[in-house]
Design a protein around this ligand. Sequence first.
Ligand SMILES: [Zn+2]
Length: 335
Amino acid sequence: MNEPLTITLKTLTPLWTGGADGKSDRLHATGIIGSLRWWYEAVVRGLGGEACDPVEHPCIYDAEQPHTGLCLGCQMFGATGWARRFRLTIEDRTGAGGPDGTKQPTGNRYKGDGKTRPSWYFKGGRIGELTIKIVPTASDFDPVGILGPLVLIERWGGLGAKPQLGYGQIKIESAPSLDPDEFARGVQTIAATQPGTRPDLPSLDRMFFAEMQAPDAGVTATLNVKYDLRAAFRTAFDGNQTLRHWVCGSVRGEQRQASKISISQAVNGAVRVWGWIPENVPAGATRDQVVDKIRAALEVYGTLRYWREFDSGRDSLGRQRDIAAYLISLLEESL
Ligand SMILES: [Zn+2]
């Protein structure tokens, strides 16, 4: 199948795909492609395949090397000397919108002084509809490699940048239908041709996906959950601050770390929280304890509707030890 794909999306929370001067003046294809790539790679790694870190250590095409020197992510999304297997264009019908300016959590959520609230700065993103056209540029292009990640994003994640602040929740209005089984088996097959282990990079088997009924609306929900998670980790594990910054992120100078947890803005009373917690947790706790703590904090905040996690007794559908079956269950319409 080498037909172009036409996908129409609607934003549920503002979309941020980057832009000049920190402004989101229009949608940028690179931001959409980067996000599809991130999810594709997380799935490939989760199913046991090799996907490099395309930011820090990208592959370089070399005809002399096995697989021409390219990991599975680079084969699809391109690398130095190797073109991406498709072209992506956007018909942008979005406009500027979404929360703008300083926002704060509510309720009894204060800084250590008990008087002032922490604050986060929001910039308006893009809101509305967009149509993405994907034109294959190579005969080995497989459309499920785009549609699979996109459905995962729609159901459990976020598209574009700033997912930690709840940007990028989307609804697929129209797209070629995805066969979850075909996607999962397809990735499993190519993963077997190039097995890899990169425990230091995001991987589906070490991610969790939660959805809860939220007592707050919009970005207030995002910031209240963010606050509550930080508060829970402030005292947990004997007050281990290294661990807290590692999980919740830190904006302090050189120690700047991104949060491992993304929190959507509330949409129709629901907030989704998802993240990647690798096996190798800083000293003082196990991965299992960290994930347990996250879940416990969310249960205090709202009513948990779903918790999805591979090979875990915490999973709402029961422990699933087959990663392909787990992926299929994430993609399927009904839970
Ligand atoms: Zn690569």
